[in-house]
Structures are given as structure tokens and as C-alpha cells.
Design a protein around this ligand. Structure first.
Ligand SMILES: [Zn+2]
Length: 63
């Protein structure tokens, strides 16, 4: 078992966009969810703080 250093409220290794397969950028923590966004296509992931297996996808088109 290796221990992962805890850095602020980031959770795990970086998520990857399921569309572009690019690393997503961690943005903020809101309402008990960690929000990540793909800078390329604008896809957003919301990872639940209490259960990081639960990931909600949403979409916000790039400007
Ligand atoms: Zn993407």
C-alpha cells in the first residue's frame, strides 16, 4: 500500500475527460462535490466528497 499525499481538497489522481481523454482541471469544491472541467470540450465532472465512485457528468460549452 502506498500513501497518497493529501493536497488541499484534491482527491485522487487527475481525472481524464471521457470525450477527449485529456487531463481535466480541478476547479473547486462546491456543495460537497469536487468540480472538474475539461478545458477543451467543456465537459464537467462533479465527484461526490463522501463517495468518490459517484461522478456526475454535465456539460457547459466552451465560450
Ligand atoms: Zn473534453
Amino acid at each position: 500500500m502506498t500513501k497518497r499525499p493529501v493536497v488541499n481538497d484534491s482527491i485522487t489522481d487527475a481525472l481524464h475527460c471521457t470525450t477527449c481523454l485529456l487531463p481535466m482541471q480541478y476547479q473547486t469544491k462546491k456543495d460537497g462535490k469536487f468540480l472538474w472541467q475539461c478545458f477543451k470540450c467543456g465537459k464537467k465532472f462533479a465527484v461526490h466528497e463522501n463517495n468518490t465512485d459517484v461522478i456526475e457528468e454535465s456539460w457547459s460549452p466552451p465560450r
